[in-house]
Design a protein around this ligand. Structure first.
Ligand code: ZN
Length: 365
């Protein structure tokens, strides 16, 4: 069976000392990256030579001697910094070869350089404890299990929060075919409903977090520009955004996996057209981002899985047409039940739409 790499990301919780040490590691890595880049640029400018990863890596012991603060960083982490630079150069040369005119690799600022990687060893996970060489024992929130063999471990800082990503080698599982198809109708109160009538809810606490976001947005706009209080409020807002994005991603992966296990063909609405039809101002931004993210993940997962496919259709009239007989049954958005006087079908409005979506997709395919 073919093996693939899968990344698992978890939030980590640091004490003060660990925060200082990780920030310090990030600073040192970024400085190493920038000076190694400077060195490459210098050599090329003056001597027209390009220096290899190996040559730069061989200088690490000397750097540690001259700058003892670098002994606080695991050697693999430092090697990985140089490897990142090398990769940036290889991409640059590849693009030049293809006839493009890319910019040369850039110096990295505080915000851009936000992660470091243990490329083989120096890390271990047991329960909710992550042991990192040179950094100690860190608390991890393992919201789902790591599957497969851990290859690399990356620590990421984003909006004042910290995460760990494990890249794992896993067997590429084929999902068994079920010979069943489904249409899905996206909702605002609920996440979506299938043509089989399965209601898939929004993530837990979804509303509360959205409310919190609105309050924080208001709080930011009330604070004076440039003030400390405003900066703090902005940071809190960014944290909530991050939380919502993570929640949406987790939910999207879960729903996509679930659907692909149950069905071979999944028919969904075409997002752009769906927006024009059913999105109302209030819910627009909320569902916009969530649906787009979900569709991307669902499409990508289906592509990776043998025998599974996703079809996107124009959802026009799918809530109005009767899935029983095809008759047009016009109804306002507030009417939640589809009742057809032609064939007598009485069914939930959204399930009716999901069935129509499925049919449209199968006709189109
Ligand atoms: Zn009918």
């Amino acid at each position: 069976m073919r093996k693939i790499l899968k990344t698992y990301r978890y939030r980590i919780y640091l004490n003060k000392e660990q925060t200082v040490n990780i920030d310090n590691t990030l600073d040192l890595c970024r400085n190493l990256y920038n000076s190694a880049l400077e060195h490459r640029i210098y050599l090329y400018k003056h001597w027209k030579v390009s220096i290899s990863y190996n040559a730069q890596q061989n200088e690490l012991p000397m750097i540690k001697q001259e700058l003892p603060e670098y002994t606080a960083v695991h050697s693999q982490v430092l090697q990985d910094v140089l490897r990142r630079l090398d990769k940036a150069y290889q991409n640059f040369f590849r693009r030049v070869k293809q006839g493009e005119t890319p910019g040369i690799p850039r110096f990295q600022g505080y915000k851009r350089y936000n992660s470091f990687t243990y490329s083989q060893s120096g890390f271990s996970l047991s329960g909710s404890h992550l042991q990192l060489s040179k950094l100690g024992n860190i608390k991890v929130k393992l919201h789902r299990q790591v599957i497969g063999e851990m290859k690399t471990c990356t620590v990421v800082r984003k909006n004042g929060r910290y995460y760990v990503c494990f890249s794992c080698e896993v067997e590429n599982q084929t999902v068994p075919l079920t010979y069943r198809d489904a249409g899905i109708d996206m909702g605002i109160k609920e996440f979506c409903i299938t043509s089989d009538g399965e209601l898939i809810p929004n993530p837990k606490n979804y509303r509360q977090v959205e409310d919190k976001l609105k309050n924080q947005q208001r709080a930011v706009s009330r604070k004076k520009k440039g003030s400390h209080r405003r900066k703090k409020a902005v940071r809190e807002l960014a944290g909530t955004h991050e939380h919502i994005l993570n929640q949406r991603k987790d939910n999207a992966y879960k729903v996509a996996k679930n659907l692909l296990e149950k069905y071979d063909t999944i028919v969904r609405e075409d997002l752009q057209i769906a927006n024009m039809i059913k999105n109302h101002k209030l819910a627009k931004s909320i569902s916009d981002a969530g649906w787009g993210l979900f569709f991307n993940i669902l499409d990508a997962k289906a592509k990776q899985t043998l025998g599974k496919r996703v079809i996107a259709v124009d959802p026009k009239y799918t809530s109005q047409v009767c899935s029983g007989c095809g008759q047009f049954v016009k109804k306002e958005l507030s009417v939640r039940v589809h009742h057809c006087s032609g064939c007598g079908l009485t069914i939930d409005r959204d399930i009716n739409a999901a069935i129509n979506i499925l049919r449209k997709g199968l006709v189109a395919a």
